[in-house]
Design a protein around this ligand. Structure first.
Ligand code: MN
Length: 242
């Protein structure tokens, strides 16, 4: 007696299966056509990038609470708005820096610029920090700092000065400008990318970055970051990037 290797399922089962597949594909079409659950099923073009370290890794310079809210609400908020804005637009296919350069200085595209630039700036900020940060910069960077500012300390003082002289929200940056280094601040979502400069590290000086930990003492926050958390290795990596 031979036993068949494959066996057709009974007729009743096949009909049930067909009905199930039809119903399932109906639901799938409903979701994919942008129905109520669109966002839950379609992948966002700009997901929240992972943090390079756990949320308590920067304590005590930046508390886990500050980091959790900053990353999970502020950065997530900019990405959420951007994902909503780009639906059905060519921006959905662009990299963040391309959106930034395409929309910069155009008042009617301000919302795209602000949310894309804030998304880019925050990702760059987390990478500019490290639990093992601070200390002495790598030799090549140190030499460039000495040439541009006189010393590493003078460069750090420039960064603190840039941070406290920024009126309102913004960012303090160390950038590479041709073959020299520069310290600058930008307002709100503005970024050195639109001025043809190469950012090396940034410090977020919006109040949400430090208020829970330092209240109004912005200088103390920036000094602590520069002493203990600034990621000079990341700055070096950016300096070497073509
Ligand atoms: Mn921020």
């Amino acid at each position: 007696m031979s036993v068949p290797v494959t066996q057709q399922p009974p007729e009743r089962y096949r009909i049930e299966r067909r009905r199930f597949l039809k119903a399932a594909s109906g639901f799938a079409c409903m979701f994919l056509s942008g129905g109520l659950f669109h966002n839950a099923f379609a992948a966002d073009p700009f997901p929240l990038p992972p943090l390079p370290y756990p949320e308590d890794a920067l304590e005590p310079v930046i508390s886990a609470q500050t980091l959790r809210i900053h990353y999970g609400r502020h950065q997530q908020g900019y990405l959420h708005k951007l994902n909503g804005l780009v639906v059905g637009k060519p921006y959905a296919e662009m990299a963040l820096d391309k959106i930034i350069l395409t929309t910069a200085g155009k008042p009617d595209l301000r919302l795209y610029f602000n949310n894309a630039a804030q998304a880019w700036n925050h990702d760059f900020y987390w990478k500019s920090l490290s639990p093992e940060g601070g200390g002495t910069p790598p030799e090549i960077l140190k030499r460039k700092m000495k040439k541009a500012f006189g010393s590493v300390d003078a460069c750090k003082k420039e960064l603190v000065r840039a941070a406290i002289s920024q009126f309102g929200s913004g960012w303090a940056w160390l950038v590479s400008d041709g073959d020299t280094l520069r310290v600058m601040n930008t307002s709100n979502a503005e970024t050195p990318l639109t001025r043809g400069l190469k950012p090396l590290v940034t410090i977020d000086i919006w109040e949400h970055a430090y208020y829970l930990d330092y209240q109004n003492r912005r200088a103390n926050y920036v000094e602590a970051v520069l002493e203990k958390r600034i990621n000079w290795e990341f700055a070096m990596k950016n300096l070497n990037r073509r």
